[in-house]
Design a protein around this ligand. Structure first.
Ligand SMILES: [Cu+2]
Length: 194
């Protein structure tokens, strides 16, 4: 919970910073044209909503697939229900590695209230697959491509079979495998909704 609170506070500070930036640039015309007043920082945040129908029987990330540039920040927001955003990585419950080797795995922990959010800034190029802990079996997964579609996330789901040190890895559930948008579609459309 501590980790989650810290990230929510960090997210709040970012939002506050954007608001302050807008106010400063509106009231001080001299600042316009300055780097401080560019929209780059706000545009750098990509939002993914964590959705559910009323019964909780249908759950999904929206959008389910996105393409971003290295250094952009992804922000997951709870819209309905309780969710996590958790990278496919052995450090997260022995899940198989499906993010770039040099990337730091994330796990938001449970985000329980609408509006709760969690930010991750992705710099290493490659495919990043992630899941929602309580809803992975139901196929609640998402895919982010940063810069180029490379790395373990670009490989078949069973690529690690027979390799040393992977015997404990959990396979990606079948419903989740079917839910991922293809790399080709993300590269073509940039934003893929379910
Ligand atoms: Cu979920």
């Amino acid at each position: 919970m501590q980790t989650r609170r810290r990230f929510i506070e960090t997210g709040g500070a970012v939002l506050g910073g954007i608001l302050m930036q807008k106010i400063m640039c509106a009231v001080l015309p001299g600042l316009n044209g300055h780097d401080y007043c560019s929209t780059a920082s706000a545009a750098n945040i990509v939002t993914i909503r964590m959705r559910s129908d009323q019964t909780g029987g249908d759950v999904w990330f929206d959008p389910i697939g996105i393409y971003i540039e290295p250094g952009q920040t992804v922000r997951w927001f709870v819209a309905e229900n309780v969710h996590t955003t958790t990278a496919y990585h052995p450090r997260n419950g022995n899940h198989s590695l499906r993010i770039p080797e040099e990337a730091v795995p994330w796990n938001s922990g449970y985000l329980v209230n609408p509006g709760n959010h969690f930010d991750v800034t992705l710099t290493a190029p490659g495919v990043y697959d992630y899941y929602c802990m309580p809803h992975e079996e139901a196929g609640m997964v998402g895919r982010i491509i940063v810069g180029r579609p490379i790395g373990p996330g670009a490989l078949p789901f069973d690529y690690y079979k027979g390799k040393p040190g992977t015997a404990d890895w959990q396979p990606v559930p079948e419903a989740a495998q079917k839910a991922f948008p293809s790399i080709e579609r993300i590269m073509r459309e940039k934003i893929v909704r379910r």
